[in-house]
Design a binder for this molecule. Sequence first.
Ligand code: SIN
Length: 518
Amino acid sequence: MSDRFDVLVIGAGVAGMSVVHSLLHSAPSLKVGLVTLQVPGQAGATPWAQGGVAVAWGEDDSPALHTQDTLAAGAGLCRPEAVDVLTSEGPQRIQELLDMGARFDTRSDGTLELTREAAHQRRRVVHAGDASGREMARALARALPASVRLIYGQLTSILTQGSRVVGVQLDGQHSLAAPQVVLASGGVGQLFAATTNPAGAEGQGLALAFEAGAHLRDLEFVQFHPTALAGGANASNLPLLTEALRGEGARLIDETGTAFMAQYHPAAELAPRDVVAFALWQHRQRGHQTLLDARALPVAERFAQVHALCVTAGFDPARQPLPVTPAVHYHMGGVAVDLWGRTNVPGLWACGEVSSTGVHGANRLASNSLLEGLVFGYRVGQALTGVDFRQAGCLPAVPQLELRQDPLAMARVREILWSGLGLARSQQGMEKGLAALERLRARLSACGSTAHTVASLMLSSGLFRQESRGAHRRLDYTQTSPHWAGHTLLVPGQAVRMQPLQTTFAQEFREDVVRTSV
Ligand code: SIN
């Protein structure tokens, strides 16, 4: 197969589909391909999202308040310009989703019902029961423009000529030409032994972007969701018990029935997610069990998906507290992009979880990720309408790749990251992880080698940051230090370095780089 596109979008979650909508709405004659492993609507992590999408919608709320909460959760590393974009453009993107036919929960007067999640000072989470991501994905997929070409396949290479992107390779064998490629390929949870992420979230996009010359930022910041349902047979797909349960009053208790969160933070169950996840880890280290008590809530009615997941796992949330454990949920770091999703590589763009826009800092505020996908996906689409699509090079000849993974080697990568880059980190643990990865290198096939790349880069970033901040908790450097108040930056061929927080987007993405990229 060899074909030519104006734009190829990799990934059909909320971010990728938002790019397609925004782009084809403004420039319907463009030839756009959407590369996906599954049918849009079912692809990526989006349909798995339970809680909803945070947006300043209520009368008592404002983008400024939403910005305040996002910055506070981000532990000093959010980029305020990016957060302002997120919170101020969010309401318009939600309105468009409603116009597309998204069915969110409403009150009796027809207005949107808003729920509360941890570290939000207002009720601002728009939701569809507890299957909010599924509903958003359904609405976006149903309204996809007919002209978009769906291409089923796995991204295996980003093809460049000189320093600019000219296309992609799929499935280790097919090359597709496109002068503009948008990565919306999701996160890294499946590189850890315990995660809430779906299969496929192995950081492929991150590794391939790096190989193509892209800068990566803040890879050490991995968010652990505090309440994955424990006790299931398969830790690599733990059922999520949405944070909205705690927002609506569920308590974290131990085996004695004591609600323990107030021992760790004054906001108790509603403390920022990094705090709650670490508190669970500490409480477990002290020999306690950790359970979520949702018996006072109408779980079966309001949280139907959670109820079904519990029942399948053999628990009745109406009668018993549920055993919970933190699990890897979201990657705050990613491919460094400007406010329009441009990377430093001409022709390469990124949005959604694979990207680092700077909105999440060291810890993402609950339910900001779907909003980020909507807002920055839209922005990428708009920026692409200004591009000269005649600029394209020839596709280079690329070797075919073997896709087969060694399952035992991949399982080892998951164990290495879980112990080296888990909730409590140390120099010794991360160095041990890097050494173990090195020993594994030869056993990982071409496809598994992207897992190796991502795991090594994440451990190197974690080792570099000698402090505790947000989701990066170190046992050997327990304090947050102003010395480390910056971003970790990975530039291909160079050692990890610190990028000062004051670096502006214009400095980071020099004007000439941005111009050549469009
Ligand atoms: C949840 O429902 O708790 C997840 C929401 C999120 O990850 O933002």
